[in-house]
Write a protein that binds this ligand. Structure first.
Ligand code: G6P
Ligand code: MG
Length: 214
């Protein structure tokens, strides 16, 4: 059995993916190209600057901007995103996430966050789940983005848990790849066809059978 649960944030615990999309889409609209929900799938789990590169590629504008201009575009997107998430509350927790955190806590399972987002702490605070986490690893703590496993190994190392005792809850392909690379159980949350890298997939956290894994 496993002794540690590592959670991705956006799209696993909290329904923030839609706000990332809205903020990116506003930027694309302003730059004069369309950015669809399907294009947005490619941004899941991907860092802010890497997401901008993908967005500009979709708009065929990769060559149009200097590094400094790209940083200001990313900042523009983030300012808009922060406006959205500053109004978040517990109603934006995804189905089953609060109950699962409570059950794991009661069982004495160690709980870590492994998110690429630099806004993770604000989100945890606004939806009221900060206290569940024994360690928080976010986009400010890592130097290498998913699919590099650093965002998960940093947490496990701080908790002194062997990697094979960790279950990683993820909605992105990059995150599942990262978990598998270090022998953690890669648990996909979402649709099976979107997450071929997963060891096992559940449509939501609500259907996750805790006793089978912990
Ligand atoms: C998560 C999301 C991505 C987002 C990344 C960075 O991985 O799935 O869509 O780009 O975090 O988030 P940030 O809040 O730092 O821009
Ligand atoms: Mg995610």
């Amino acid at each position: 059995k496993h002794t540690c649960a590592i959670f991705d944030l956006d799209g696993v615990l909290v329904d923030t993916a839609k706000y990332h999309y809205l903020a990116w889409k506003e930027l694309a609209d302003r730059l004069g190209f369309s950015f669809t929900l399907q294009d947005n799938e490619r941004l899941k789990g991907v860092s802010r600057m890497a997401s901008l590169d993908i967005l500009l590629e979709v708009g065929q504008m990769t060559e149009h901007f200097t590094q400094a201009e790209k940083e200001s575009l990313a900042e523009e997107k983030n300012n808009r995103y922060v406006e959205f998430i500053s109004k978040l509350d517990e109603s934006e927790l995804l189905e089953g996430s609060l109950a699962l955190l409570e059950t794991l806590k009661a069982k004495g399972v160690k709980i870590a966050l492994g998110s690429a987002s630099k806004n993770a702490k604000m989100i945890l605070e606004n939806v009221g789940i900060t206290a569940f986490f024994d360690v928080i690893v976010d986009g400010n703590a890592v130097s290498k983005a998913k699919p590099d496993p650093e965002v998960f190994t940093l947490g496990a190392d701080q908790l002194n848990v062997p990697y094979e005792q960790c279950v990683v809850f993820e909605d992105s392909q990059a995150g599942l790849e990262a978990a598998k690379a270090v022998g953690m159980l890669a648990l996909g949350v979402g649709q099976e066809q979107d997450l071929p890298q997963a060891d096992v997939v559940f449509p939501t956290l609500k259907s996750f059978p805790v006793g089978v894994y912990f």
